[in-house]
Structure formats: C-alpha cells, structure tokens
Ligand binder design. Structure first.
Ligand code: DCP
Ligand code: CA
Length: 369
C-alpha cells in the first residue's frame, strides 16, 4: 500500500460525563443516566450536560432543559448533578494516555483530540491497529470507551468518528469522503454553523454533496472569497489544517512567589502581573480565548490547574484578571492547608474557523469547578 500523505485520528470519548459517573458508581450500571447542570433557581431549573446512550433512547439529549428531560425519563432514568472537577481529572489522564501514541497531538475539548500518526504508521491498516491499542489503553486505564475516526485530514477524521458511536472505530479511505458523506445534511459538515445553514437553505443546498458541487464563484459571492473557498473545500473533504501541538493553542505565564504563601494579597499582585503578560501576548497574536486557567505549584512541587470556560470569547485584560483572581480564591478556599510556591495564568480555547453555535453557548459552563 502506498504511504498515505497524512494519517489523522480523531478520538472522542463516549457520553463522557455520564461514563465517568457510571465508572465510579456501580449502582448506575445498566440504567439510563442523565448528568445535569442545576442552575439552582428552582429544583429542576438548568440543562442536561449529557446523557448516556440508554437515556438517549428515551430522547434525552445535551442542552435540553432538565424539566423536559424529567418528563421523558420519569421513573426510567437517574438524574445526577455534574462534578466538573472530576471530569477534568479523567480528561487529563486520558489525554496523557493518547498523547503517547501520537507524533503530534492536539486536544480540542475536554474529551476530544486529534492525533497525527503519519510518521509511525505505514498506511491506514496500521493506523487501525494503533487505534485499537489506544481504545484498549483508555478502557483498561480509565474504564472509559471512545470512538475513533481515521482519515487523511482532521475534517475527515472528525466526521468519521461520529459515524459509529459508542465504542466505534471508523476509517474513511482517501477518496471516499464524497461517497460516504454525500447525502448527509449540510449541517453535519464540521465547521458549518446555523448561520451558514440559513444561507444554504436560500441557495437550495441541503446536502454535503450539493454543497460540494455548488458553483464556487457563487459561494464566494455569498460568503466572501476566503470562506466561500473554505466551504467548497471542506464539502469536498479537503482540509490542510495541521494537528497543532497544544502550546500553540494556549498562552501561559508562570512565576515564583517571593516566599511560600497563601496570602491572597501577595498572590494577587503576582497574578496581576502574569495576567498583563498573558494579555500582551494574546493581543500580539490578535487572539480571543474562551478558557482561562490558573496553575498552582506547591512547595512540594505538586502542580494543579483550575479552569473556567466562558460563555463567549474574550480578549481583554479585565476578564483575565477577574477570573484568575476568582479561580485562585476558590483554590485557596478548597485547599485550606496549601501554600503556594509558584503560580501561573493561562488562556486557551481559541476560535476555530467557525465554532458551532451550540458549543459557544451550551458548553459555556465546561471547566468550571
Ligand atoms: N457538554 C455539556 N453541554 C453540552 C454539550 C456537552 O456540558 N451542550 C459536556 C458533557 C459531555 C462533554 O461535554 O459529556 C463532551 O461533549 P460531547 O459533545 O462529546 O458529548 P458526549 O461525550 O457526552 O457524547 P458523545 O458520545 O456523543 O460524544
Ligand atoms: Ca464525546
């Protein structure tokens, strides 16, 4: 078999929050499980973060109001609150496992990553074997299943991983993108949001195949040259985006305190300086971020991070300062015996070409914890 130019894996954990809960609580085995973000206003106000596949059979889905989910799952499903900090810990360990199998590794969300394995695999057949090993390592190490897509670029791998879920492994051979995705609704094309779909509807484009063969000049007229071209390429399975190592996707600054301390005044002074440095770098690259984290390092050199993902993108110093100080206060309250030796501020989760709308809004509480 000829060597593929690039071999990309997309790995996505199955019903992530619900799977972690099931893994830790044997009583949930075999039941429909719904993980909820209770907003606290009234008993059932808030939204479903995710549900396991059994609960999805009842029609219960991410983003749904809890009250609606309870009507569907009455007496049949178990409703539990989110424990975000816990999912973050699982996520970090799973990402660590995956990373070891990649030449280049890019985490894209709490439970998804791209792995470029072009150097270590000779062809998609070998990549399939590697994907099997990754699935096994995550299952044995953390008790979680995932679905893997394999393709010649990130777009294809991402769309492949969604084809078979849960616990899937799907290869889209080079040249088969059109055949496989031709008849799917155009909104299933990764990177196409609600706004683009509205325009497509007016143009009579309903499927990915229709977009693929739509006149490029006309697309450029409606979407502008760059985006029109991009949409055309993506509908045809073309995507040159590299798998970006995560340091290109985050900006962070760390520094050492004058002495080991948990005095908020001394710590805030340092955080303010770090926030300014991070802001300067961010502005230099003209980027917006959605996730802000603090990094804490104790005198015993234990490193921990605490993150928060905002409901929308931000780029200003005030936001970085405010959230890093709040996160630090939370850290100190939760860890009354810890002193700090070093601390840091990090921003990440920069925009992709187009972030699907539901991820901008409903995912807004991810990482709070
Ligand atoms: N999430 C959330 N609110 C949303 C969507 C997702 O809180 N509207 C959280 C809960 C999910 C996690 O993010 O477990 C990962 O999101 P995914 O979209 O990957 O969904 P799941 O992993 O739950 O399910 P799937 O098996 O379809 O990947
Ligand atoms: Ca997932």
């Amino acid at each position: 078999m000829d060597k593929e130019p690039r071999i990309i894996l997309h790995v996505d954990l199955d019903s992530f929050f619900a799977s972690v809960e099931e893994r830790l609580n044997p009583e949930l085995a075999g039941k429909a499980v719904v993980v909820c973000v209770y907003s606290g206003r009234t008993g059932d106000s808030g939204a479903v973060a995710t549900s396991n596949y059994k609960a999805r059979e009842l029609g219960i889905k991410s983003g749904m109001p809890i009250s609606a989910a309870k009507r569907l799952g009455k007496d049949k499903a178990v409703f539990i609150p989110t424990r975000i900090g816990l999912y973050g810990e699982f996520s970090e360990r799973v990402m660590g496992i995956m990373k070891a199998y990649a030449d280049r590794f890019e985490q894209v969300s709490i439970d998804e990553a791209y792995l470029d394995v072009s150097d270590r695999c000779d062809g998609f057949g070998e990549a399939e074997g590697l994907a099997g090993e990754i699935k096994k390592a995550i299952l044995e190490g953390e008790g979680l299943t995932c679905s893997v897509g394999i393709g010649k670029n990130k777009l294809t791998a991402k769309m492949a991983s969604r084809l078979r879920k849960p616990d899937g492994l799907t290869i889209v051979p080079s040249g088969d993108f059109g055949k496989i995705f031709h008849d799917m609704p155009v909104k299933k094309l990764h990177g196409v949001g609600d706004k683009a779909v509205e325009v497509f509807e007016r143009l009579g484009i309903r499927t990915i195949g229709q977009l693929a063969s739509f006149d490029t000049n006309a697309l450029e007229e409606f979407f502008g040259k760059a985006r029109g071209q991009l949409l055309h390429n993506r509908a045809n399975g073309m995507d040159e985006e590299p798998v970006e190592e995560s340091d290109r996707q985050q900006i962070s600054r760390l520094a050492t305190l004058k002495e080991n301390t948990r005095d908020m005044k001394a710590i805030s002074e340092l955080l303010e300086r770090l926030a300014e440095d991070v802001h300067r770098k961010l502005a230099g690259r003209n980027l917006e971020f959605r996730t802000i984290s603090i990094i804490t390092i104790t005198p015993r050199l234990e490193t921990r991070t605490k993150s928060r993902t905002l409901g929308q993108f931000a780029a200003d110093l005030g936001t970085i300062r405010k959230h890093s100080i709040e996160l630090m206060q939370e850290f100190l309250e939760k860890n009354p015996d810890e002193e700090l030796r070093r601390c840091g501020v990090r921003v990440s989760n920069f925009p992709e070409t187009e972030v699907p709308k539901e991820q901008r809004t409903l995912g807004g509480f991810l990482g709070k914890g």
